[in-house]
Design a protein around this ligand. Structure first.
Ligand code: IDC
Length: 542
């Protein structure tokens, strides 16, 4: 370095040091030969550069985060927001290296513009840079809920909750992916009709509200979702079920009565054969059955908890039943059929794992109902063991499936429903199981049912037989009819044990019947089967 360069460098650093230490520039320089006028700094030299706000930003329904490029030498930044008239200061950031700001407490689906200025503090004075260009952002719109639908054989009308934003986007699930089928460019229009659909087919739709930031970006909220089937099947006419008062109601809030058949144990012999589409269709169309219950024994030989190969076989059968029922527009009950195990807590961890899997898989299915413990028995009580088990299982299912109906078993083989009065689970879509076998459980259990129903307890007869509680002997048509008339009078649902050809009184089919392809009419039916079919048919208006 030659002498001239060294001298210049020294003079510049002296000036900088003077500035930092607060000496007035140029004042009192006297005979200081190191203070030539050419290095006296003016305000312009301290002015930081104009801020560039980055293109990308993030947002939620009530906050926006903007980011900008660091300005060299800046001591900090100030953030302004446009209020429609003026730019209002909303934050000062006292650090030159902080280049981000999150503005919270905003309204959803709303446009917000920001500017950012850098400043540099010298000698107690702030020197301000030029404000950035206006940065356009928006918050996201809030989640849409699809509140109701109506349908014809070729169209579905969707109605949803109004949100703030520019409008709504409507999506339809088509061959494996979500396709945007419409944009409703008016935030006050909260309805859309999807036409050109096919009858007897199931469709899925989503709707979300959005807000653009006027610069090309669209900030959409969470979607509302529905699955709807067209046609006249039970599922098409009734949609997702829920509980209202002491009854199960359909998507329009009208009382809906389940009339179902239960399989015998799906892991045994050919008892799962009834789950073919052909046979379920006969039950639906010739019998007037709207629900199939799949009894998956948990502990008896070959039961779910007795080996992983049994478990996976059972799950495959459950899936076959759910899918075939769904395609026919029927409801399907996944029954954790405890019996010999007595206390539902005995296999609670397996039940939690099973229903976690089921609820993940079927959370969007409108036809699935979970039955979490068929028949607690062996001295267990609602307050002692069953309620706690049900609470755990309901929480397990609700992690994924927010609203499907859950059937909770009760003590003494699901006869102690009265123990639940005044001590229900808080979940509003739970119903409580009452089981009867007509030749064993008579007036005393009917009067218990009436007391419970009248107290507002939602009850379902998720299993009944026309005979002795053993399932064999004692066929009793008149007691069966007394029971079914009573339940009909309250619109309370029932499911008959069982749709199989095992040679026992409870079976609906004669032994030797090919359950894979049952026939319409009565030629394959037992006494019990004939009674049930004719009762169900008359209730279904056939
Ligand atoms: C019965 C079957 C019978 C089987 C027995 C034991 O009909 O073939 O051998 O289970 O697995 C229930 C139970 C249901 C019983 C039925 C008749 O939920 O599993 O099925 N029953 O005993 N509760 C009351 C009666």
């Amino acid at each position: 370095m030659n002498f001239v360069k060294k001298l210049t460098a020294f003079m510049l650093s002296a000036a900088a040091a003077a500035a930092v230490m607060g000496y007035a520039q140029g004042a009192d320089s006297g005979s200081n030969i190191f203070q030539p006028s050419s290095v006296i700094c003016s305000a312009a030299d301290y002015t930081p550069a104009k801020v560039t706000v980055k293109a990308d930003y993030s947002c939620t329904t009530n906050a926006v985060r903007i980011n900008w490029n660091k300005v060299s030498g800046a001591s900090g930044y100030r953030v302004y927001r446009y209020n429609g008239k003026n730019w209002v200061k909303i934050a000062t950031i006292h650090s030159g290296s902080t280049t981000t700001y999150r503005n919270s407490g905003l309204s959803s689906g709303t446009l917000y513009q920001y500017k950012v200025k850098a400043y540099k503090k010298v000698n107690g004075t702030n020197y301000w840079g030029e404000a950035s260009e206006a940065k356009y952002t928006s918050t996201k719109s809030k989640a849409v809920t699809i509140t109701s639908t109506s349908q014809t054989t070729s169209a579905v009308r969707l109605n949803w909750t109004k949100q703030t934003g520019n409008g709504y986007q409507v999506f339809q699930y088509k061959s494996g992916s979500w396709v945007k089928i419409a944009t409703v460019r008016d935030v006050n229009t909260t309805t859309y009709r999807v036409s050109g659909l096919s009858n007897n087919t199931e469709y899925q739709f989503k709707v979300r509200a959005y807000r653009t930031d006027t610069k090309g970006r669209v900030n959409a909220g969470t979607c509302g979702y529905v699955r709807r089937m067209l046609g006249s099947s039970p599922l098409a006419k009734n949609g997702p079920l829920s509980v209202s008062g002491a009854n199960i109601v359909n998507m329009k809030g009208a009382k809906f009565q389940i009339r179902g058949m239960s399989t015998h144990g799906i892991m045994w012999e050919n008892f799962s054969d009834i789950l073919t589409k052909e046979s379920l269709k006969v039950l639906r169309d010739d019998w007037g059955v709207n629900t199939i219950r799949m009894a998956m024994y948990t502990e008896e030989w070959g039961g779910y908890t007795t080996g992983s190969s049994y478990a996976s076989q059972a799950k495959a059968k459950v899936n076959q039943g759910v899918e075939n029922a769904r395609s026919l527009g029927m409801y399907a009950i996944i029954d954790w059929h405890i019996l010999q195990d007595g206390n539902p807590q005995k296999h609670q961890s397996e039940a939690v794992a099973f229903f976690t899997e089921m609820s993940k898989k079927y959370k969007d299915y409108n036809n699935v109902i979970y039955e979490i413990c068929n028949e607690p028995n062996g001295g267990v009580t609602w307050t002692g063991q069953i309620k706690s088990y049900c609470n755990t299982l309901v929480k397990t299912i609700r992690k994924y499936d927010p609203d499907a109906i859950i059937i909770c078993g009760t003590g003494t083989w699901s006869q102690d429903i009265d123990q639940v009065i005044g001590n229900r689970l808080s979940d509003k879509n739970c119903v409580y199981a009452l089981h009867f076998y007509a030749n064993t459980h008579t007036d005393w259990l009917r009067s218990r049912f009436t007391t419970c129903y009248n107290s507002g307890l939602p009850v379902i007869v998720s299993e009944f037989g026309t005979c002795d509680a053993s399932g064999n002997g004692g066929f009793n048509a008149s007691q069966t009819k007394t029971w079914l008339s009573l339940l009909d009078s309250k619109n309370v649902g029932y499911i008959n044990w069982s749709a199989c050809g095992k040679s026992e009184t409870a079976s609906a089919f004669l032994s030797g019947t090919n359950l894979k392809a049952i026939k319409s009419g009565t030629s394959q039916l037992t006494e019990s089967g004939k009674l049930i079919r004719s009762w169900y048919r008359s209730r279904a208006g056939k």
